[in-house]
Design a binder for this molecule. Structure first.
Ligand code: MG
Ligand code: MG
Length: 254
């Protein structure tokens, strides 16, 4: 039996929009700064300061003991990399940054993968395919569709381009909790999955590997990396189901 899916009122969606716009602005700020030579701890400090200036509280810091505000995952690291003064960005790296905050009682959560300097064609393809797979999942966020429709959209597109989707980590509902029901896998399941209803808020987050979908967790207890050490990318948006078009709360408004 799945846990209860919390539907959000329009007032709650408005607060979630504010929270997610702070996340989006933070990621945009970091995107402008990324360059070789920076440490991942510097990025973490910029993200935390920026969010706190707007009255938001970093959501990941202290979550089950995670030490940073920002997850920073380089190349073969999939998700949950720990910011460090010893990790320096190099030309040719790809960097996934995942940021979450709490604001007015509600969470925002979004992630992007960015090039550091000049990257290989295959890393660029990985970024492009992962980003597009998220857009295709968002296109499926319609009343009456099921979670499997999102999952299938990601898997079909990713595998059609010769890459694989991570099985061990999935997207999630979001709201007054960072992680709520339902789970949102990036692969289709052979079971009936929840039907989408207006007011559901979903953090959709494809994690895409160049090689095997198998992952391992480092001895630090957090950093997830590909089993074959080939690169991985990650994009995430927080999206609300409406009677019409999907509402992408973490897409930066002007
Ligand atoms: Mg996230
Ligand atoms: Mg998430």
């Amino acid at each position: 039996m799945g846990r209860q899916i919390n539907l959000k009122s329009s007032g709650e969606v408005q607060k979630m929009l504010e929270a997610n716009q702070i996340v989006a602005a933070t990621l945009a700020m970091l995107t402008d700064k990324i360059k070789p030579g920076l440490t991942t701890l510097q990025l973490d400090m910029w993200a935390e300061d920026f969010a706190r200036q707007q009255g938001a509280v970093p959501a990941f810091k202290g979550y089950r003991g995670f030490p940073g505000s920002l997850c920073v995952s380089i190349n073969e690291e999939v998700v949950h990399g720990i910011p460090s003064e010893r990790v320096v960005l190099k030309d040719g790296d790809i960097l996934s940054i995942d940021f979450g905050i709490k604001f007015k009682g509600f969470y925002g959560d979004s992630a992007v993968t960015l090039p550091v300097g000049s990257i290989s064609a295959n890393k660029q393809k990985l970024i492009d395919v992962t980003k597009q797979s998220l857009e295709l999942a968002i296109d499926q966020v319609r009343v009456g569709n099921r979670i499997n429709d999102l999952s299938r959209a990601v898997q079909k597109y990713v595998e059609g381009h010769g890459f694989s989707v991570v099985r061990q980590f999935v997207g999630h509902g979001i709201g007054s909790q960072l992680h709520e029901a339902p789970e949102i896998p990036n692969y289709e399941r052979k079971q009936r999955t929840p039907r989408l209803v207006a007011g559901m808020a979903l953090a959709i987050e494809p994690m895409v590997n160049v090689g095997t979908y198998d992952v391992e967790v480092l001895k630090d207890g957090w950093t997830v990396l590909t089993a074959d050490r080939k690169p991985s990318a990650h994009f995430e948006h927080t999206v609300v189901v409406t009677e019409g078009e999907p509402l992408v709360l973490s897409r930066l408004l002007n």
